[in-house]
Structure formats: structure tokens, C-alpha cells
Design a protein around this ligand. Structure first.
Ligand code: SAH
Ligand code: AVI
Length: 338
């Protein structure tokens, strides 16, 4: 697809979209598969329409949701070292959202005298366009090449590197994938890296389950709204008639798998029609739909996942309470640039 300058701005921001009609198809396929299995499941990427992205930004500010402020503090303390040791000229950010963390990295890359380009990649067009415009303004004419795409399918659409590359995948989003898909995604991401390039990966760490459960079931009910938002997305995009009031938000830590799950639990027997799929789905009272897993990591789990993707750990940054880690990795055997 040809790059399209964003309308209404005279600035050289490029935003290209690789979604389009295929997106609805993909949502349709995921919903049809996920809701006709004996154990019902939906994919977390479908949370993020414009409202879902806004709700996620509200989650990031909640007192219970420690990952965002903790990762920001880690980056504040270590961005200069990351910029110096990687010598990166280009930041490619997967699942960039509001790009709050990119600001810190771009600032450090600029201070190191290397900054050339920012490439945010996200399924949420509204979040991506807003962030790209803000950062372009803040970094005085920085080249921004936004890619609206699904990073599970469209990594090949990311433009060729414009210099030493740092790929950032922050927020713990890698934890939203099942172990097999996670390794496959990491392997695909490692394909974006040349010998002197780096991956910067944010991962939430294993900790007291009560702390984790509170982060995913906040007192103000914002996470519940975020979870239920997927039903609004399906209603709008696939002409379904879910009544979100029929479902409760559920979050629990699976101690064996070391991940938190979000589910939607039917409050009563209900029948939902999804017109675009020509199906009717029955839910029994108490039946649950899994909408997200969010895996928590240890050093060993991370090192093994990275190794299976052909990557080696080059740096480990964590907060003093050991809540969250930001890891620097590079292709195994390659010489780091510095
Ligand atoms: N990196 C930000 C945002 C994390 S929220 C932070 O750390 O705060 C997860 C982001 O990933 C959302 O912006 C969502 O739209 C995006 N996302 C989720 N699944 C995706 C996928 N398959 N492809 C591209 N973007 C995805
Ligand atoms: C984007 N992702 C890393 C968040 C997480 O913590 O797994 C999404 C989220 N779900 C509920 N709260 C936040």
C-alpha cells in the first residue's frame, strides 16, 4: 500500500495502513473460531478501537496498575545508557499506543546525537496518528513513519532500516500471547534486526498474586469497562446484539502458568446473534469467555524465550521492587555496535 500523508497537516509524517477490509474479516474469523469452541475465547487485540485505546490510557494511570509507571521510571533511569550502548538511530515501536515511553527513548537518542526516525506500529489508528503528530511536534521535524498494522501479520511491511535500529516492544504486551505464539512473534521480531541492532522488551515480572489481581480488577472499574469493550467492538463491526450488562468482568492469577487471565462471565443464560457471521451463540449462566492472558516473567523464562528467537540478553533493567523488567537483547553471536 502506498504511503499516505495524514490529511490536515503539512508536516512530513507518513502514516500507512495495512488494515482495511481484511481487518473486519480477521475479527470475523477470530470471533467465529473463538466463540464456537467448547471453551470460548476472544483475542485481546480486538479491545483496541478508539474507545479501547482511551480506556487503556486510563488504566495506565490507575493506582493499582503498577506496570506503566514502573516501566516509565525504569526508562527514565536508563534511557541514556540504552541510547549510548545501542547507538540507535531509528526507533521502531511495536504496539506503540500513546507512545509515552517512546518520548523518553527518542529524547535520549537525540541527546546522544543519533536520532533519525521513529516508526510506530499499532492496530489502533487513532492512537497511532495522535502519537505520531505529537512526537513530530515535540521533536521538531523528526521523521515519523507510522504503520497501522497487525504486528502478528505485517512485520514485513515495516520500512527498511534507516540506520542502526532499536525495536521497542514495551508495556508487557509480549505477555498477552500464549507461550507458542509468543516465541513465534519474538522470532519474527528478531527478523527485523540486523547484526548491530537491538530489541528492547518490557515484561511484567512474577510477584505476589494479590498485587497482580488488583492491577487487573481496579476499584474504579476501568479495567472492567476495557474488558467489556470487546463486546461493543463485535456489536458494531459484526452487527451483533451482545448486551454488555449480561456479562461480568473476571480477573484471576493462574499460579501454575504464571499469567493473569481476564474473562467475561455470563450473568444469566443468554443468546447472542452475530448477523455478519450468520450465527447464534448461546451462553449458559456462569459460562466464561477468555479475553486476555497477561503472562508474568522471570529472568529464566525471558532468557529462554529470547534464545529460542535467536536473541541473547545484553542488558537487564528493573525497578528496586522487582516489579517489572526492561531487557535489551541482540542477535546471538553478532557484535554489538559499541
Ligand atoms: N506500548 C504502550 C501501549 C501498550 S497497550 C505502553 O506500553 O503503554 C498495547 C498496544 O498494542 C495497544 O496500543 C494496541 O492497539 C496494540 N496492539 C495490540 N495487539 C496488536 C497487534 N496484534 N498488532 C499491532 N498492535 C497491537
Ligand atoms: C497491553 N497489555 C500489556 C496490558 C496488560 O497488562 O496485559 C493490557 C491490559 N489488560 C488489562 N489491563 C491492561
Amino acid at each position: 500500500m502506498k504511503p499516505d500523508p495524514t490529511s490536515g497537516t503539512s508536516v512530513p509524517i507518513t502514516i500507512e495502513s495495512h488494515l482495511g477490509s481484511g481487518t473486519e474479516r480477521r475479527l470475523a474469523d477470530d470471533v467465529l473460531d473463538g466463540l464456537t469452541h467448547p471453551f470460548k475465547e476472544l483475542q485481546p487485540k480486538h479491545f483496541y478501537d478508539a474507545r479501547g485505546s482511551e480506556l487503556f490510557e486510563r488504566i495506565c494511570k490507575l493506582p493499582e496498575y503498577y506496570p506503566t509507571r514502573t516501566e516509565l521510571a525504569i526508562l527514565e533511569a536508563n534511557a541514556a545508557e540504552i541510547a549510548r550502548t545501542t547507538g540507535a538511530e531509528e526507533l521502531v515501536e511495536l504496539g506503540s499506543g500513546a507512545a509515552t515511553k517512546a518520548r523518553l527513548l527518542l529524547g535520549a537518542m537525540r541527546d546522544a546525537g543519533n536520532l533519525r526516525r521513529y516508526v510506530p506500529v499499532d492496530v489502533s489508528e487513532s492512537a497511532l496518528v495522535g502519537a505520531a503528530e505529537e512526537l513530530f511536534g515535540e521533536f521538531g521535524g523528526l521523521e515519523v513513519h507510522g504503520v497501522v498494522a497487525d504486528f502478528e501479520r505485517h512485520l514485513g511491511e515495516i520500512p527498511a532500516a534507516a540506520g542502526g535500529r532499536l525495536v521497542a516492544f514495551l508495556g508487557g504486551t509480549i505477555g498477552n500471547f500464549q507461550p507458542g505464539s509468543r516465541r513465534r512473534l519474538l522470532r519474527d521480531i528478531s527478523g527485523l534486526l540486523g547484526p548491530g541492532d537491538h530489541l528492547l522488551l518490557g515484561t511484567d515480572l512474577v510477584k505476589d498474586p494479590e498485587v497482580i489481581e488488583a492491577a487487573y480488577d481496579d476499584g474504579a472499574g476501568v479495567t472492567a469497562q476495557f474488558n467489556l469493550n470487546v463486546l461493543h467492538v463485535i456489536n458494531r463491526e459484526l452487527h451483533a446484539d451482545f448486551d454488555p450488562g449480561d456479562f461480568d468482568h473476571v480477573a484471576f492469577f493462574d499460579r501454575e502458568r504464571e499469567w493473569i487471565e481476564m474473562r467475561l462471565r455470563a450473568r444469566r443464560d443468554c443468546r447472542v446473534s452475530i448477523a455478519d457471521l450468520d450465527v447464534v451463540i448461546d451462553f449458559d449462566a456462569g459460562e466464561e469467555v477468555r479475553t486476555e492472558i497477561s503472562c508474568k516473567f522471570t529472568h529464566a523464562r525471558l532468557a529462554s524465550d529470547l534464545a529460542s528467537a535467536g536473541l541473547e540478553l545484553r542488558g537487564w533493567f528493573e525497578d528496586p521492587d522487582g516489579l517489572f523488567a526492561v531487557t535489551l537483547a541482540g542477535p546471538i553471536g553478532a557484535e554489538p555496535r559499541t
